[in-house]
Design a protein around this ligand. Sequence first.
Ligand code: PEP
Ligand code: MG
Length: 962
Amino acid sequence: MLTLHQDDVLLDRHAEDWGDALDQAAASLVEAGRATPEYRQGLHEREAQSSTYLGNAIAIPHGTPESRDQVLATGVRVLQFPAGVEWHDGNRVHVLVTIAAQSDEHLDILRALTHVLDREGVAQRLAQADSRTAIIAELSRAPVVARVDIDTLCLDFPAKDRFELALAGAARLRQAGCVNGDFVSAILEQEPVALGQGLWLASSAYGVTTPSLSLATPESAFVGPKGPVNGVFCLAAQGEAHLGLLDRLATLLDAGDGEALADADAATVLARLAGERAGAETARVRVLNAHGLHARPAKQLVQVVRHQGMPIKVRLLEGSAEAVSAASLTKVIGLGARRGQTLVFSAEGEGAAEALAAVTGAVNEGLGEKVAAFEERRDVDVVDETPVALEPLAADTPHPGVAAAPGLAIAPVFVMRLPRFDYAERAQDLDDERIGDASDVVTAQKERLARALAEAAEQLEALIRRAQGGEVAQILSMHEEMLEDPELRESAHEGIDEGLSAEAGWWRSIDTAARAQEMLADRLLAERAADLRDVGRRVLGLLCGVAMPTPPDAPYILVTDDVGPSDVARLDTAKVRGLLTVRGGATSHSAILARALGIAAVVGAGGRVMTLENGSELILDGERGRVIPSPSKERRDRALLRLKENEARQRDAYAARFEEGRTQDGHRIEVAANLGNTAHGADAVEHGAEGVGLLRTEFVFMAHADVPDLETQIGEYRQAIDALDGRPLVARTLDVGGDKPLPYWPLPQEDNPFLGLRGIRLALTRPEILETQLRALLTAAGDKPLRIMFPMVKDIAEFRAARLIFERVQEQIRAPDVQLGVMIEVPSCALLAPSLAEEVDFFSIGTNDLTQYTLAIDRGHSELSAQSDGLHPAVLRLIQMTVDAAHARGKWVGVCGELGSDPLAVPVLVGLGVDELSVSVRQVPMVKARLRELTLAEARRHAELALSQATSDAVREALEAL
Ligand code: PEP
Ligand code: MG
């Protein structure tokens, strides 16, 4: 996006002619300290080469490459000429965006401006704008582009049903930073809809930061209960930005190209989604121009394309795929292609191949500019993953990560570090020992290679014997076969014949073969490329005398940078007790798979975990999302005990799930379930829930294409209420807005959506929707117990405004057993709880949001969310204030955020006086079990201890030590 400051805009200019305008532009750059007075000449010279008129009354003067020395600081000055200036090419210009750029930044500015060219009436608005802000707004408004690229795809995922695929797609979008956990939950709650041709679609606008699309395809297409499944699209919708994607999807289906997506590789999927038909001719070519496809070469390209007399599309291989008309100058510039990036041209019909050859030929020749061939960067054949200058983790001290798969593991670590290989490229530069004693250098190198290959085969044999079958053994056998591949050996020998060392010859052979595999862009073959490099490194290790990391025989915790799904699938579950990664999030593929395999996992723990020493002991706590390196004996013993107890407890907890929630000494705490889907009420009861403590009603709204009407909502709520069979239901009114808009409820773009129109604030802007919802809830309740609460309330005024609507409806319906409360999610509300407690019937503390707002950490933040801990003493104090205020007025308090199921937090919350805990369905039995282990006095001690700490780490430490 073009970033302009007020000072960069000069309004109301007048010029005698275009030369005068250009001089004024040059002078303004000098005045702003951006360029020397000599830059003026550069601007004129550039205009003499060709016009910088862009379109829509905008010209973008910039200097020649030779005048770059005259640029003091990259910057832009915008000059407005309300009366207009006739440019030397006959166009009328109202705005000059004058650029002083030291390198190719002007390309970014160009790209940022191309969207302006598509908008109608821009020229007039720019001419008439009477404020700098208006000009800036007109030029800067960047369109939101929906994302679909290699990182949003999830192909060949080992899933068994549509839901799993939808979830995998959602997880991939989260990993790519397009959505947060709310989106993943929303997808989890819905049933993908059929698109035809075995394709399905799940979509949500909840928790979307970037509109985007994922496609998850199964390892092999299957037929589910509702029909064939070739793939599930997962759409992150936002405003109108995703509509273009839907259009492309519809075109793809119209063309009948849907079914083939099941087996397609990533390149093909992206091509189809870009609008490239299966039958089209395509041609790829790299951009060689030093400054990318800027205006001049783009113009040339467009001319060549138009000359072909047929529609030709072009897209950029890198980045979000959308094929645009190659005959449109603004679209071509808008691609923002840089040197080294690849253009993919496509055309259909007779003569298409020839036309594409002409176009790619022109690109190769530089499109009117002198170009140098692109030098292939040789991949570094040494790999060194050892982190530099990272502070080692402190012994016996918890280190946070993201809880990804539950479970506790205590085992030595195996840190997967790839070693550094040092070797001379040329045989003659090797030290004597490596040159060997054969009669000539070439023979000596070939002999060295042969010995290393034999030794590698022996190592693999031994490993295969130890693996005793299974997938691991199969992979190792495949490695062994690769070693015997005569082509690999011959190609290495060729290198040695050219004077390379055995190491360099071997690696060149491996690297070439691996690249060839990768070029085919097929997942299986790409994996084979990874295997080739694996085998290659084993031999290289032997040649260089460097030992390869070999997992221990005994159980271990695997520590690695990141793992792909196939890596996890290959893990030897008999030995791998836990998984700890530098990167990744709780909903990454690896995390999902780790959960499926029952391996405890902590992910996204940062680079310092790679400093762990191989074989050192680690406690990995997949529930709390942390690890403790080299634990003290006491801590270790405690963890061991927990480990043993965990299993037995889970069994016992489930058996006793229908008992009431009570502490050991009889203090009653209701344990309810959080529900997103009204159809899951019976499941909650089956898991022992004593009611529903939080019905996230926005999921009901999200499941419909428009605001669900009264009857629909009554039907939905009644389903849950009936399943509860007299148990209470706490329904939260619609909680959308900010980062999670409903597609049919347009919202303004906000800089801080979490601090914007959200929850009750948003609902109060459309009181008729809130009124219908309240009417539906009260009607559905009949004489059953219903509790209604408003989300994101900040003070009593908001509660009163919402209550007015409630009272109006309740006066008509008169549901007999209803209470009205607020969620405590905003710190102001906790601080003002005494005033609220006078008027509400209950509070329910949403610790997820309360923590986010108290600690000022975005709950979906990829790096900070590990620190966003509800056990922070600041959050606990707010909970304490809330409970005290409520109890002073005889009102009850629940906790419905994730903290309610945190085993360390349960006693603290009980000790603080919380009356109800509402947790996810599957946690209900364990929370009840935890309560049974406690006495109220103990719980109060936990609370006191927690409140007296200064940080959340200290709280956890202190509680654990109890
Ligand atoms: C919360 O914020 O703790 C809560 C329960 O609401 P949600 O997670 O749906 O925002
Ligand atoms: Mg909330």
